[in-house]
Design a binder for this molecule. Structure first.
Ligand SMILES: *Cc1c(COP(=O)(O)O)cnc(C)c1O
Length: 429
């Protein structure tokens, strides 16, 4: 399989090159040259397949022969080392829980898959080290740290804004040691992001083989389609149409869902639910793509003003807005609506949703007005404990600490404080 740059000004590359580079040389996102639907037979008998078998069928055309079948199956098995339960919170409305992995956010799936692909590609390159450089506002850092821990030939450097991530998130990215290094930046998330972008462009850092581990990297993005297949498998028996609502920030998750549909998965409609960072809902309403600086909200993993994967979605619809709108809606919600939704869900079913999941629920409810007979699924992208500062006072509950979190809370934080890009360069060496 070859990948082309969506800026159309860079050579086509293999899966391996796309994973190692992250972004094309013209700064475009990579996109697969062909997308071949799976056979009708696959969907008819999907309930007889294990999650690992489903994932293998879904991803194999994107990897091609660049990773041997047996190795790819092993990578998938290690990626999917936890469950993806569907919980019915209201009649016909399900929460697809993506947070049962090691760091309790859906990003575990992509981070685990990508790290193992990189490790495979590095295995024969004795003195070659790739450096994964990543800026985080919270969840990405922890998932990347855990996913890449101990992976040979890969150094991970995580930049996070000092004092602006939660205690749990900070522990998840500063306590692992080994090949994981945390840099505490005296600044905000945008400062971290700017430093990372600058480093990728810096000729003097070429020898570090820098790559990214956010959803612009195809090996982090593509495996996120797996759980749409798993949900279909579980709900197929009801023989109803399915609508998915994804709480969206960089739009990697929803873009993976649309890819699953391209592969033939019979999904009726997608809803991109956002907080007040509403670039995409405004685009659907006006036809004008007008990104704005991000605003801080309680669903902070979605505080994104210019969603990087949206261009991939447009590519899948050949930039045909009318066609796109048949499959896709997008709505935005305020923090106060989000908290009200958390309370409503809790009062009616006892279910505890964190703010991102609650935004997904709100978008789903709105869309189901148009499709009263469909089954609706919202993605619950993180465990409530990760947003306990919001969840506990809003719902007046006390959350027990899950074992995954307990095990990092007692460990010692190790980080290096820096302020300037020059300090980052010196650190990278
Ligand atoms: C990253 C993240 C999101 C946003 O996902 P995208 O794929 O970037 O749209 C939503 N919720 C949580 C908890 C996240 O960590």
């Amino acid at each position: 399989m070859k990948y082309y740059s969506l800026n159309h000004n860079a050579p086509k590359v293999s899966f391996e090159e796309a994973v190692i580079q992250g972004l094309a040389t013209d700064k475009g996102l990579y996109f697969p040259e062909t997308i071949s639907p799976l056979t009708p037979d696959f969907f008819e008998t999907i309930e007889n397949l294990s999650n690992e078998e489903i994932a293998f069928e879904a991803i194999k055309q994107f990897v091609g022969n660049e990773i041997p079948e047996a190795t790819l199956k092993k990578i998938i098995a290690e990626t999917l080392c936890f469950d993806f339960p569907l919980v019915e919170v209201e009649k016909g409305i399900y929460s697809l829980e993506l947070f049962h992995g090691p760091t309790m956010a859906f990003k575990d799936v992509g981070a685990r898959f990508m790290s193992r692909c990189l490790a495979y590609f590095n295995k024969d390159k004795k003195n070659n080290t790739n450096t994964v450089l990543v800026a985080t506002s919270g969840d990405t850092g922890g998932a990347v740290a855990s996913g890449f821990l101990g992976v040979e030939g890969v150094e991970v450097v995580i930049l996070y804004p000092s004092g602006k991530v939660s205690d749990i998130q900070e522990k998840q990215l500063t306590t692992l040691g080994q090949n994981i290094k945390a840099l505490e930046i005296d600044g905000v998330f945008d400062d971290c992001q700017d430093m990372v972008k600058k480093a990728f462009l810096d000729e003097n850092l070429k020898h570090k083989n820098l790559t990214s581990a956010n959803s612009i990297n195809i090996a982090r993005w593509l495996p996120q389609m797996f759980y749409f297949f798993f949900a279909y498998k579980a709900l197929k028996k009801y023989n109803k149409e399915l609508i998915f609502s994804c709480p969206s920030g960089n739009f990697g998750n929803i873009c993976a869902g649309i890819m699953a549909k391209k592969l033939g998965l019979p999904l009726l409609h997608f809803v991109a639910s956002t907080n007040v960072n509403d670039t995409v809902p405004r685009f659907l309403a006006s036809g004008i793509y007008d990104p704005r600086p991000s605003k801080a909200t309680i669903s902070n993993a979605m505080d994104v003003g210019n969603p990087s994967n949206f261009i991939r979605i447009q590519e899948m619809y050949h930039n045909d807005l009318e066609q796109f709108k048949k499959d896709f809606s997008s709505y935005s919600f305020t923090d106060s609506e989000t908290k009200t939704a958390m309370k409503t869900i809790h009062d009616t079913s006892g279910y505890i949703a964190e703010p991102h999941g609650a935004v997904g629920y709100l978008g789903l409810k709105k869309e189901l007005e148009n499709y009263p007979n469909a089954i609706g699924i919202f993605l619950e992208t993180a465990h409530p404990i990760k947003f306990l500062d919001i969840v506990e006072p809003t719902l007046n509950v006390k959350l027990p600490i899950p074992q995954q979190i307990e095990s990092v809370m007692g460990k010692e934080k190790i980080s290096t404080k820096i302020k300037t890009y020059e300090e980052l360069k010196t650190f990278l060496g």
